[in-house]
Design a protein around this ligand. Structure first.
Ligand code: MG
Length: 255
């Protein structure tokens, strides 16, 4: 069953999602060569707690940190480490979840570290555009698969591949609610989208193969061919039939 959120629930979700968006703006200035992924994680945790909220990923399925931080060929679920120093030219996906008064917000953003290759820039740009194309399909009267079909069409038109074993999700009182939101598919399939749905849409797009594997730490997902991957995510509410991004921020990889 897909939950329809009430106005009161949406007010709480707006708050938790807003903290997520603000957190990305806050950490963006620290994503420079020389910082460790653990230092980034600590800044994320401190920021979330300063807002009276809880980092949603900490302890979830045993995850030991507040943010998932995934570098280059790491797709998602990277574990922050004091040994992992970010270097010029890397691209770093940071995934943040916030719990506030029983409701969740969830988003991800891939940052460039210093100057990155045009190959990586193009991957980031296309992944961001794919997210926006997916969000644009989150409208009452469309079908769920329209979101994934649009993401896939855009990414594949640029020669990239779409990770299939990991998907977006409904979100609200639980971080992961129904429905699953794949980043691929054919138009016109699945449930009818309705006002009051809240979805975390999160394309993971690869330069090489779509195939991913789990690293030996039991968390980090990496591309099988070790080629880079990018990941952008927003929590979206269908409001009066139209998509409203709840995890809004001022960052953009398009500039
Ligand atoms: Mg998510």
């Amino acid at each position: 069953m897909i939950n329809i959120k009430t106005a009161k629930e949406l007010d709480l979700m707006r708050y938790s999602a807003k903290i997520v968006g603000q957190c990305f703006e806050y950490i963006s200035e620290f994503l420079k060569p020389g910082i460790t992924t653990r230092e980034i994680d600590k800044k994320v945790e401190k920021f979330i707690r300063s807002k009276g909220a809880i980092p949603a990923f900490k302890g979830l399925y045993g995850f030991p940190a507040s943010a998932c931080i995934s570098v280059d060929e790491e797709v998602v679920h990277g574990v922050p480490s004091k040994k992992r120093v970010l270097e010029e030219g890397e691209i770093v996906s940071v995934d943040i979840g916030v719990l506030y008064e029983g409701y969740y917000g969830d988003a991800a953003y891939t940052f460039p570290i210093g100057n990155v290759s045009s190959e990586k820039k193009e991957l980031m740009r296309t992944t961001w555009e794919s997210l926006m194309k997916g969000i644009d399909k989150a409208r009452a009267g469309n079908r769920l698969s329209d979101i994934g079909a649009s993401i896939q069409a855009h990414a594949e038109s640029r020669g990239y591949s779409v990770v299939r074993t990991l998907v977006g999700h409904g979100i609200g009182k639980a971080l992961h609610e129904e429905p699953q939101v794949p980043n691929y598919g054919k138009m016109g399939k699945g449930p009818l989208l309705k006002s009051g749905f809240t979805l975390a849409i999160e394309p993971m797009i690869n330069i090489g193969t779509e195939t991913v594997t789990e690293a030996s730490d039991g968390f980090t997902i990496v591309t099988q061919d070790q080629k880079p991957s990018a990941h952008y995510e927003h929590t979206v509410h269908i409001r009066d039939g139209e998509p409203e991004i709840l995890t809004q921020h001022q960052l953009t990889p398009l500039g």
